[in-house]
Write a protein that binds this ligand. Structure first.
Ligand SMILES: N[C@@H](CCC(=O)N[C@@H](CS)C(=O)NCC(=O)O)C(=O)O
Length: 217
């Protein structure tokens, strides 16, 4: 195995995006191997659980998004510097993971109907984001980080979800000033700012039932 880490995933942001963001932010060189849906069947049986992302580094091959993020968090000291921060880091990841599972039905289905889209953005999304906005707003620190004074893997997970919501539904953050401010602040980190406009960032957010879902115009 090469010494340079490799991340294997589809040519979309999807589950790989927080991992890409973290590695880019740290400036860690890695091979961002992005494959098409057509290439996947031939590669499928070579992955541990027939799914991606898979991250490889030296003699380690790691499946599962959150196992990869936790490994990188341990390796680069990004799991929180106190027990309070570590707990907040865990909680933040869980609330966004839950959010991600709950919005999965929007991947394709909502693009079919403007009325469904409006109802989702006006009712379902606020119901999900309200408690998260309150949790983030009450963190009791001047820093923008979700877990406390220092950046953790949770910040990458949170940014990816918030950025995804705002990209898919431009009006999504109108009622959530704290989440909106976090997104803007995080997007200003020098390596992140460069990555967000680079040609290496996949354009598509994820695969929906009708093909790739792109950010709303
Ligand atoms: N729990 C896994 C889920 C991985 C997963 O469902 N990956 C999807 C892409 S998002 C996949 O590889 N699908 C291809 C397939 O199932 O054949 C993780 O978080 O990494």
């Amino acid at each position: 195995m090469s010494d340079k880490p490799q991340l294997l995933y589809f040519d979309i942001r999807g589950r790989a995006e927080p991992i890409r963001l973290l590695l880019k932010d740290l400036g860690v060189p890695f091979t961002d191997r992005q494959i098409t849906l057509e290439e996947w069947p031939a590669l499928r049986s070579s992955t541990p659980f027939r799914r991606m992302p898979v991250y490889s580094e030296s003699d380690l091959e790691i499946p599962e998004t959150f196992a990869i993020l936790n490994h990188l968090g341990r390796k680069y000291g990004m799991l929180g510097d106190t027990e309070v921060a570590r707990v907040r880091c865990d909680v933040t990841i869980e609330i966004w993971r839950d959010y991600g599972n709950r919005i999965a039905h929007t991947f394709g289905a909502l693009s079919k109907s403007e009325a469904d889209r409006k109802r989702f953005v006006g009712e379902e999304l606020p119901e999900l984001l309200n408690p998260i906005e309150i949790y983030y707003g009450a963190r009791g620190t001047e820093t923008p980080y979700w877990a406390g004074e220092v950046i953790t893997i949770a910040d990458f997970v949170a940014f990816d979800m918030i950025d995804g919501a705002a990209s898919q539904f431009p009006d999504a953050l109108a009622r959530f000033p704290a989440l909106k401010t976090f997104r803007a602040h995080f997007a200003n980190r020098p390596n992140i700012e460069r990555y967000l406009v680079s040609s290496r960032r996949p354009d598509a957010l994820f695969y929906g039932s009708n093909g790739k879902i792109y950010p709303a115009a």
